[in-house]
Write a protein that binds this ligand. Structure first.
Ligand SMILES: C[S@@+](CC[C@H](N)C(=O)[O-])C[C@H]1O[C@@H](n2cnc3c(N)ncnc32)[C@H](O)[C@@H]1O
Length: 211
C-alpha cells in the first residue's frame, strides 16, 4: 500500500527538474549509499520552502551528492548564496562538478571539511539551515549554527523520525537514535523554537527561530 501511495504522490506533484533527475540517476549508479540522497519528493518540498521563505543565504550541513543543495538552489532567487558543508573529501570529485554546473540562481559554495572547525570563522548570517549529517550530533549542530542565524531564521532537520526508531525501545542504546531523540526533545521543550514534524520519508522537522 505504501509503495502504491508513494507512486501516486510522485505522479501528482510537479515533475522533477531534468538536471536533478540526471544527478539522482548518477548518484544511484556511481555512489555508495545512494539512499542518503533526498530524492524528488523531499527535494520538491525543499524547493518550495525556499520559494516561500525566500532566504538570502542558506547553509547546509551534509552535501553528499548535492541533491538537496541543488533542490534548495532551484527554489532560490537571484543574488542569493548557498553554502554546503561536506566532511568526506572523497565526495568532492563527484559532487563539485554537479554544483559548479548548476543551472540555478544562487552562488553555491561547497566547503569540504568539518563544519565544527570551519563555520565559527565564517562571516555573515544565514536565513535557513538544512541539517542532514551525523545523527549523533544534531544538537551540537544546532548550538553551532544558532550564532550564525538571522532572527526569524528557519532550521530544517532531516531524518527526525529515524525510521520509527525514536519510539522503539529496542533502539534505546543506539547512538544515532539517541542523538535524534535528544534533538527532538530539545526542540520540543525550548520556547525559542516554533516547530512542526512532517512524517515525510524519514521525518522532516521545520523550526522557526523566534529570536
Ligand atoms: C545524509 S548525507 C546528506 C544527503 C544530502 N543532504 C541530500 O539530501 O541529498 C550526510 C552527509 O553528511 C556528511 N557529514 C557528516 N558529518 C559532517 C560534518 N561534521 N560536517 C560536514 N559534513 C558532514 C557525511 O559525510 C554525508 O555525506
Amino acid at each position: 500500500m505504501q509503495e502504491k501511495l508513494d507512486e501516486y504522490i510522485l505522479s501528482h506533484i510537479s515533475p522533477e527538474d531534468d538536471y536533478l533527475y540526471r544527478l539522482y540517476r548518477a548518484t544511484q549508479i556511481n555512489l555508495l549509499r545512494p539512499r542518503m540522497a533526498s530524492g524528488h519528493l523531499q527535494g520538491q518540498l525543499l524547493r518550495m520552502l525556499c520559494q516561500m521563505i525566500r532566504p538570502q543565504r542558506v547553509l547546509e550541513i551534509g552535501t553528499y551528492s548535492g541533491y538537496s543543495a541543488l533542490s534548495m538552489a532551484s527554489g532560490m532567487g537571484e543574488d542569493t548564496e548557498l553554502v554546503t558543508f561536506e566532511i568526506n573529501d572523497e565526495q568532492e570529485d563527484f559532487t563539485r562538478p554537479w554544483l559548479e554546473g548548476s543551472p540555478f540562481p544562487p552562488k553555491i559554495n561547497m566547503v569540504v571539511g568539518d563544519i565544527f572547525s570551519i563555520l565559527p570563522q565564517m562571516e555573515g548570517k544565514f536565513d535557513l539551515v538544512f541539517i542532514d549529517a551525523n545523527k549523533r550530533q544534531y544538537c551540537e549542530y544546532l548550538d553551532l549554527v544558532l550564532p550564525h542565524l538571522n532572527s526569524g531564521a528557519y532550521i530544517i532537520a532531516d531524518n527526525t523520525l529515524w525510521d520509527g526508531h525514536v519510539v522503539d525501545p529496542a533502539y534505546d542504546n543506539d547512538p544515532q537514535t539517541k542523538g535524534v531523540r535528544t534533538f527532538n526533545d530539545r526542540i520540543a521543550t525550548d520556547p525559542q523554537f516554533e516547530k512542526i514534524i512532517l512524517p515525510l520519508r524519514d521525518g522532516l522537522t521545520i523550526v522557526r527561530w523566534l529570536k
